[in-house]
Design a binder for this molecule. Structure first.
Ligand code: FMN
Length: 385
């Protein structure tokens, strides 16, 4: 997976960046429209449920697919569905990560409701826990009830500032154990949340994560799934404010001049492909430590809980200026990943029936701009329930 960071600056493209007229053509629209939902959260939509959903859709979620749909039923209920077309069948064959993303969403929904004086009661998978993949049934039913005593969550203050920070981290700025403990304490629920700053273990996990990244890139189906979701240049990001955001003026130029194309990124050995690998190496290798979320069993409920815990950890980190970045490749259940998948489980002592739901690196750098989102209104459906 690549990020919005500049993928490659070749001599030719650097020269082009200097040409004002070319910049004007390639620049296209700014990214403010794609980021508008971060401003819209906090506005009143005239319905407390939509007000809370406007925050919830800012949740972290795999490949930023934003696979949610909301049916407002009666005047106090939200039925949450998955848009089955927005799953990731190759990197996430059992929809485990997609479900974790829903956990992140539900946690923010509960927090945002409390801010407005509502208790939001979540009933997960009211129609049963689908297996091996999700189906069209409800992910959750959420009931809103007015309450003067709805407890407010201090982590809510960081919802708009929260980021998944996918840049290289400062290798001169180690993470203190107290900071790691703050992140671990942020997660809640019945899951086993842990972390490490220990040098030897950190090096072992970095090597596994790097192996996993290379396998995902070398495997045609998984690489293609990511490449198909890359939004290269501002125009592509604004038209589809989801997927892997590679906006910015240089990207627009690279696309326009044919230096960065989906075909190039999808061709092992090409310049774009090799630069992608080169770009990700320092990202993974600058990890100053890791945090993780394990569960005793890989149920749909534990997946939702893992998401709820992860977003809380992300918010707790944000509050102390610490960056986090999920590295999920070695957690993925496609056959080519089997070796590092087993190795990370052994490294982190995952029991035979257990599962490692989240693994993220921690460290310090400047927080990036907010990632794109579809507006909350675009996610409202009517299923005539
Ligand atoms: C279950 C899950 C898995 C994720 N895995 C990765 C990953 O492997 N690599 C990555 O760069 N980001 C990963 N992310 C982060 C998402 O890409 C990120 O949340 C999304 O792009 C939106 O960006 P934001 O969190 O900054 O709003 C993951 C997030 C979730 C919830």
């Amino acid at each position: 997976m690549l990020t919005r960071r500049t993928l490659l600056i070749t001599g030719g493209a650097t020269a082009l960046v200097g040409g004002a007229s070319v910049v004007g053509v390639a620049h296209g629209p700014g990214l403010s429209k794609a980021r508008a939902p971060w401003q819209q959260a906090g506005e009143s939509f005239g319905d407390a449920r939509i007000d809370a959903l406007a925050y919830a859709i800012l949740a972290p979620n795999p490949h930023n697919r934003q696979p949610w749909q909301f049916d407002l039923v009666g005047d106090d209920r939200i039925d949450v569905y998955v848009d089955l077309e927005r799953r990731l069948p190759h990197t996430d064959p059992f929809d485990r990560q997609i479900t974790i993303g829903f956990g992140c969403l539900l946690e923010l929904l509960v927090m945002a409701a409390a801010e407005r004086g509502y208790v939001a009661t979540v009933t997960p998978f009211p129609d049963g826990q689908p297996s091996p993949r999700l189906n069209g049934n409800r992910i959750a039913q959420v009931r809103f009830e007015r309450s003067e005593t709805a407890p407010k969550d201090p982590l809510f203050q960081s919802v708009l500032a929260r980021r998944s920070t996918k840049e290289p981290y400062d290798t001169e700025q180690p993470v203190a154990s107290s900071a790691l403990e703050t992140v671990i304490a942020g997660g809640q629920g019945d899951l086993e949340i842990g972390g490490t700053l220990e040098a030897a273990q950190r090096t072992r996990i970095i090597e596994l994560a790097w192996q996993g990244f290379q396998i995902e890139m070398a495997t045609d189906l998984t690489r293609r799934e990511s490449v198909d979701l890359m939004r290269i240049g501002n125009r592509a990001v604004v038209d589809n404010p989801d997927g892997i955001d590679m906006g910015g003026i240089p990207m627009g130029l690279f696309k326009m001049t044919g230096i960065v194309t989906p075909e190039g990124l999808d061709t092992p050995g090409s310049t774009a492909y090799n630069e992608g690998l080169k770009m990700y190496h320092p990202i993974i290798h600058s990890a100053q430590g890791f945090v993780w979320v394990k569960a005793e069993e890989n149920s749909r409920l534990s997946q939702l809980q893992a998401g709820r815990a992860w977003v809380r950890m992300n918010l707790a980190a944000q509050q102390i200026g610490l960056c986090v970045h999920p590295l999920s490749q070695i957690l993925q259940e496609f056959p080519e990943m089997a070796e590092p998948y087993e190795a990370i489980r052994a490294e982190l002592n995952v029991q035979p029936n257990g599962v490692l739901h989240m693994l993220g690196r921690v460290g310090y750098t400047k927080f990036p701009a907010a990632s794109p989102r579809w507006p909350v209104e675009s996610k409202l459906i009517s299923s005539n329930a």
